[in-house]
Design a protein around this ligand. Structure first.
Ligand code: PSU
Ligand code: MN
Length: 301
């Protein structure tokens, strides 16, 4: 793996580092907003006192901490493969370019020694998974790999209830940030209760530290509600999501293409409003992730 020297130094010296994924750049948002967002997220992490490490694979080599030029290339380049756990060894062998999903980013972050990872949304149990078995590899990764993921909650393109059940089975702590309800990405809340409401970054750090000390392998999922000002009307967004899912089923889109299709269709149906919300919630997650990483470094000493 190629670890950026600044990131390498930080990891060695117990300075806070926050990992970032690249599927969100290559397959989650349109160019050029994807690049602007990825650079802005890095900036927010720095302003909050941590060091960003955007992760992806270039010519078969995992990169831990992309340069701005590399981020730009990930935003523009056609044909970058969406890479989750199963794809990793193939993309490395074939010297391909890979945009890492939550699962693959967790694996590479963990290998590099990075505990905290900020993103927008995770994959989950898709609606109708009882028939299709479409359950994101992200959930199993959370069950086994020691990385804390800060997101805005699972998106309503998924079955939120089944996603929570699956995470419980896999032993993944789900922490809502200053909320008693599960945040649902575009909206601050859903109708699902969460068991754990955490109040500040130090509390997150303490839970992560205890999970590591007690060798309870696996990730921690922090769900941070989208800021009030950008939270979308649930009736409106859920209707647009339903339309996008109908269209996907009509077109027969399946497997790894589903999530990217739905994300771009929803941007189209909302005239870009969902994209603005998506960007704002990631920036909000970046600030929280940086603060939690700082608290964790203090605890680890
Ligand atoms: N949700 C989003 N934006 C994204 C993704 C999910 O709001 O970009 C990406 C993440 O990389 C996540 C992946 O890991 O989609 C999940 O894909 P799948 O559902 O195929 O497992
Ligand atoms: Mn899937």
């Amino acid at each position: 793996m190629k670890i950026n020297p600044e990131v390498f130094d930080a990891i060695k010296n117990n300075k806070p580092v926050v990992a970032l994924e690249s599927t969100i750049i290559s397959h989650g948002m349109p160019y050029p907003k994807n690049v602007a967002c990825a650079l802005e997220v890095e900036k927010v992490i720095r302003e909050n006192g941590a060091i960003p490490a955007t992760i992806g694979i270039i010519n078969g080599e995992p990169i831990i901490g992309m340069t701005n030029d590399e981020i730009e290339e990930f935003g523009k380049r056609k044909g970058i493969i969406k890479c989750s756990r199963r794809d990793l060894p193939i993309i490395i062998s074939e010297k391909e370019w890979g945009a890492t999903t939550v699962s693959a980013t967790m694996i590479l972050a963990n290998l590099a020694g990075i505990e905290f990872f900020v993103t927008g949304g995770i994959g989950g149990v898709h609606r109708g998974a009882q028939e299709t078995f479409d359950i994101s590899a992200d959930l199993d990764e959370l069950g086994r790999t020691n990385v804390t993921v800060i997101c805005a909650g699972p998106k309503a393109i998924l079955d939120l209830n089944l996603t929570m059940e699956y995470l419980e089975t896999k032993g993944v702590p789900v922490l809502a940030y200053n909320s008693d309800k599960l945040p649902a990405f575009f909206t601050r809340t859903s109708d699902l209760n969460v068991d754990y409401n955490v109040k500040n970054p130090a509390e997150i750090a303490s839970i992560v530290k205890n999970k590591r000390d007690y060798k309870l392998d696996g990730g921690v999922l922090v769900c941070n509600p989208i800021p009030e000002d950008y939270s979308m009307d649930p009736n409106y967004i859920n209707k647009e999501i339903d339309k996008a899912i109908d269209e996907m089923n009509k077109l027969g889109i399946k497997g790894k293409e589903e999530t990217p299709f739905l994300l771009s269709k929803i941007v189209e149906l909302t005239n870009g409003k969902s994209l603005e919300a998506n960007i704002k919630l990631i920036l909000n997650n970046a600030a929280l992730g940086a603060k939690a990483a700082i608290e964790y470094c203090k605890l680890r000493g």
